[in-house]
Design a protein around this ligand. Structure first.
Ligand code: HMG
Ligand code: MG
Length: 304
């Protein structure tokens, strides 16, 4: 694997779960900072019910406030037709739809069964594609559910095939609660690659048990070349109690740099964008790499 496309999910998956409200200007600065760092796919927000996820209520304003970012895709999360209409009105060129591999998580996250969620996504995907809007699909809880525990890999693959069949160009497999370990992650993703082809598969790990990087490394060996991550390790999931942040983009870039895998991302600029949003949130980045770089910088300040 000579290069990896990173899907930066911090401004959505990260901020949706932060308790401290983040002002519009800081969200815009974050996305522009991430683009400046070289990220080419940045999930910019979500058009879900503001009663369910208030942190994302200003996503249309975020899109409207961004300066032009040539060559950067800015997908937004959409749960239904209402979300698609709002996303299109806000000028979104790519959307991500999401459903769960667990019935209980589906009920808690989007208030319907898995079967009903497919009935919702089908017309939304069709309408988006008809407007020339690309659609990415997320399948969450693929390695475990906070309510049901283990999820059958056979079920996961069947659901992923169904979602891909509805017209998603890529399926992102989410270990939403971060319970996966390398062998299990690799075995599942091997089946995913067999079913969909490596070019339609992305991985989305959370770092709850510190396994996210090991899982990514195992999946790279399968030829998977798209990895989701979140600057500063922001996030979690509002409907997955105890799920800590996503894999941190800084940690991912540092590992890929060490492997000689091209990402096009400047680690220093990325870490600076992460520090800026963390100042806003009043917390430190959970990323080990970000912490090490910050320590180096503060050492340099002391030396001066
Ligand atoms: P519902 O209450 O069943 O829906 O929610 P409803 O159709 O009955 O509508 C209820 C109210 O919401 C109505 O307003 C609608 O107009 C409004 P009211 O009449 O009460 O004033 N509404 C909307 N408003 C704005 N935008 C919309 C929209 N749709 C309805 N699109 C619904 C169903 C799906 C809307 C709700 O459950 C929801 O918004 N859920 C979102 C949950 C969410 O965003 N979770 C986090 C993302 S998933 C995730 O993080 C996992 C992932 O990152 C992968 C991983 O980490 O593994 C992707
Ligand atoms: Mg996530």
């Amino acid at each position: 694997m000579s290069s990896v496309r990173i899907v930066e999910v911090g401004p959505r998956d990260g901020l949706q779960n932060e308790a401290a409200p983040v002002p519009l200007a800081a969200k815009i600065a974050l996305i522009e900072g991430l683009a400046e760092a070289g990220l080419k796919t940045i999930e910019a927000g979500s058009f879900v019910s503001p009663k369910w996820v208030p942190q994302m209520a200003d996503s249309a304003d975020v899109l409207a406030g961004l300066k032009p970012l040539p060559g950067v895709s800015l997908p937004v999360l959409v749960p239904n037709q209402k979300g698609l209409d709002a996303a299109l009105a806000a000028g979104a060129k790519e959307i991500a739809i999401f459903l769960a591999a667990s019935e209980s998580f589906s009920q808690r996250n989007i208030n319907c069964s898995i079967e009903e969620s497919f009935q919702r996504t089908a017309p939304v995907i069709e309408a988006a594609l008809a407007r020339g809007v690309k659609v990415r699909g997320y399948l969450s809880c693929v390695l475990g559910c906070p309510y049901e525990g283990d999820i059958s890999p056979v079920t996961v693959i069947e659901l992923a095939e169904k979602l891909a069949g509805q017209g998603c160009y890529e399926i992102s497999f989410g270990d939403t609660i971060g319970v996966g370990t390398a062998h299990r992650a690799k075995a599942l993703m091997k089946s995913a690659v067999g079913a969909l082809g490596a070019d339609r598969v992305a991985v989305h790990f959370h770092d709850t048990y510190g396994q996210a990087l090991a899982n990514v490394l195992a999946c790279l060996e399968l030829g998977i070349g798209v990895v989701d991550s979140s600057v500063a390790g922001l996030g979690g999931c509002p409907y997955a109690k105890g799920a800590s942040g996503n894999l941190a983009t800084e940690d991912l870039v540092y590992m890929l740099n060490g492997l000689g895998v091209e990402t096009g991302v400047s680690l220093d600029k990325l870490a600076a964008a992460g520090r800026a949003v963390c100042r806003q949130l009043g917390k430190a980045p959970t990323s080990k790499v970000a912490q090490a770089l910050a320590a180096k910088l503060s050492g340099a300040d002391t030396d001066r």
